[in-house]
Design a protein around this ligand. Structure first.
Ligand SMILES: Cc1cc2nc3c(=O)[nH]c(=O)nc-3n(C[C@H](O)[C@H](O)[C@H](O)COP(=O)(O)OP(=O)(O)OC[C@H]3O[C@@H](n4cnc5c(N)ncnc54)[C@H](O)[C@@H]3O)c2cc1C
Length: 379
């Protein structure tokens, strides 16, 4: 039997893959999107209602042009899908003076002429009375930051891609793939064998199964998020409270204004690495991480330190330098991948979808991808 044929197959219809499906389908290509689980599942990296988008970027100024494009695309995609995906609340970096986070975010603002304000402890307490920060903490306020409605964003990308003819098959994982002699690919699933000119691999925590070269540099880790009862919800409304990353002695924690849930959402510790095999079915957050989150609330955001309402765990992949890897598979340029976004990738997904579409069509993305090459781990 002849394999059903597509221009591009996308393996993984999560944050990055759903965006790739949309950007490929809108170019008129025949697209097949395959995913291991059902749409809206809570086994990967993208569930839990929201993800922070920051333009001020302590992880490196080179991310700013891509996040600016992502910001633009989130607004456009939301409009096209009739859903509000981008919520601009402002973003706050909160850290001890001299520790690096605020200084590096400031540098990214200066490098890219982003509007910003440096705040001292008194400014923070006056403008955002929910925080009780240690002496010596300073802040960087950037009004363009906010959050993306992460689950809605995947629905929006899938719906738009389908409206342009993309075929989306959930619950049908890619079992394996191979390059073909004519420069295309063959993909095998339990449902059959498909062929395509190009393959986009966006399988998140499972990516090393499809790209064995990632097995060494990429680690998958467990992360916790929780929603907690607030005593004073008026302090945490979207119109008065921003998204933030708070560095304290217990670790780095990140939080959101109230959104579609009565509780205050806090996650972390951001850089705490608890290894986890994504094949393990249990997504319960680790008691250690939950205890750290509760301690953070009690000490630094006491009005949100009420009883937990929802606790969730999820998995994400991390690279040694915590930068992304976006590249072609070694020896198979017809297969490109993006993942390993080290816990800060969602905000970029709209732009990474476009980058993956460029890589698998023209081969010329609009951004310099050298900082994200796989080669940096292969020396
Ligand atoms: C708790 C938490 C908080 C975070 N906070 C932020 C934040 O505030 N801001 C931010 O920018 N980023 C944040 N991140 C990071 C961000 O969410 C991730 O970088 C992003 O979701 C990764 O998207 P992805 O498409 O690579 O993975 P996913 O969205 O998980 O998608 C991968 C998909 O591949 C599928 N799949 C797996 N194997 C196969 C296969 N063999 N065949 C087909 N499909 C397959 C999976 O089922 C899944 O649907 C956070 C992550 C976590 C876990």
């Amino acid at each position: 039997m002849t394999a059903k044929s597509y221009d591009v197959i996308v393996a993984g219809v999560g944050a990055m893959g759903s965006a790739a499906c949309w950007h490929l389908a809108r170019r008129g290509l025949r697209v097949l999107g395959l995913d291991r689980f059902e749409l809206g599942h809570a086994m990967g990296s993208s569930h839990g209602l929201t993800r922070i988008i920051r333009l001020a970027y302590f992880e490196g100024s080179h991310y700013v042009p891509i996040v600016r494009r992502a910001h633009e695309l989130w607004a456009q995609t939301g409009e096209a899908a009739g859903m509000k995906l981008l919520h601009v609340t402002g973003s706050l970096d909160l850290a001890p003076q001299g520790e690096g986070q605020v200084e590096n975010s400031l540098q990214s603002c200066l490098d890219h002429s982003l509007v910003h304000e440096l705040l001292d402890g008194a400014d923070i307490a006056r403008r955002f009375p929910a925080f009780r920060l240690p002496l010596g903490h300073v802040g960087l306020w950037q009004p363009g930051g906010g959050f993306v409605a992460s689950e809605k964003a995947i629905y929006a990308h899938v719906g738009l891609a389908q409206s342009r003819g993309a075929e989306i098959r959930m619950g049908e994982p890619m079992l394996d793939w191979s390059p073909t002699a004519d420069g295309g690919v063959t993909v095998r699933t339990q449902g059959g064998t498909y062929s395509a000119g190009r393959l986009v691999i966006a399988s998140g925590g499972w990516i090393a199964d499809a790209v064995p070269a990632l097995a060494k540099p990429v680690q998958t880790v467990r992360q916790a998020i929780g929603w907690f009862t607030t005593r004073r919800p008026e302090l945490f409304r979207e119109d008065v409270f921003p998204v933030f990353i708070l560095s304290v002695e217990e670790g780095a924690f990140y939080g959101f204004p109230l959104y579609e849930h009565p509780g205050f959402k806090l996650g972390g510790p951001h850089f705490g690495r608890e290894p986890m095999d994504p094949r393990e079915p249990d997504r319960t957050p680790s008691p250690r991480q939950v205890a750290l989150i509760r301690e953070c609330l009690q000490r630094y955001i006491p009005d949100a330190a009420g009883a937990p309402l929802t606790l969730k765990g999820c998995v994400y992949s991390v690279t040694p330098d915590e930068d992304f890897i976006i590249d072609a598979v070694p020896g198979a340029p017809q297969a490109v991948f993006a993942s390993c976004c080290s816990g800060h990738g969602f905000k970029f997904a709209s732009a990474i979808g476009e980058i993956l579409a460029d890589l698998s069509t023209t081969g010329r993305p609009a951004f310099d991808l050298a900082p994200f090459s796989l080669a940096r781990f292969q020396a």
